[in-house]
Design a protein around this ligand. Sequence first.
Ligand SMILES: C[S@@+](CC[C@H](N)C(=O)[O-])C[C@H]1O[C@@H](n2cnc3c(N)ncnc32)[C@H](O)[C@@H]1O
Length: 175
Amino acid sequence: MEDTRNVIDKYKGLPVEAIAKDLAQKALPLHIAIENYQHDYNIGTIVRSANAFNVAGVHIVGKRHWNRRGAMATEKYLQVYHHKNVQELALWSKENNLEVLGIDNIAGSVPLHKSKIPKQAMLVFGQEGPGLSAEMQAICTKIIAIEQFGSTRSINLGVAAGIIMYEYLSKQILE
Ligand SMILES: C[S@@+](CC[C@H](N)C(=O)[O-])C[C@H]1O[C@@H](n2cnc3c(N)ncnc32)[C@H](O)[C@@H]1O
């Protein structure tokens, strides 16, 4: 029977568990966290990009339920963690030897082209509207901003996450 799933050819015909296991063995030591107090519709897009770049895990902070539209079922192939609050995420990151960095263009943030993202990193994104919460900012060693040149205050959250994941990949893995 034809495998109609949206997976690359080498995974066609394999069970989900076998694909997830293979990906986990080669995953980048990069984790992505998203604050989820308002069911941001971008989370699905971020999960899909996280799978495409093979990051080790996506962390949902706040509400357990997240909007899966945009994920295109990619959540089955990578670890998605839930943390009730910011302190739980901070503890998990410490226990797993990950530096927590915020991604937002707020006062005190450093431009991306002047920042080196550490290899063992937990990169935290805020929500459309409020951005990174003050509590989340407080656990970050620094906040990184993607430079902008137009009139809009910010770019879309899913787009910002894609840019940052590729920047990590190009500087830490491909260079
Ligand atoms: C649409 S923004 C909202 C907050 C934004 N600070 C503002 O004033 O409009 C939602 C999230 O997208 C990400 N984001 C959007 N534009 C960004 C940029 N230029 N640099 C870094 N992160 C950005 C951040 O994670 C942010 O918390």
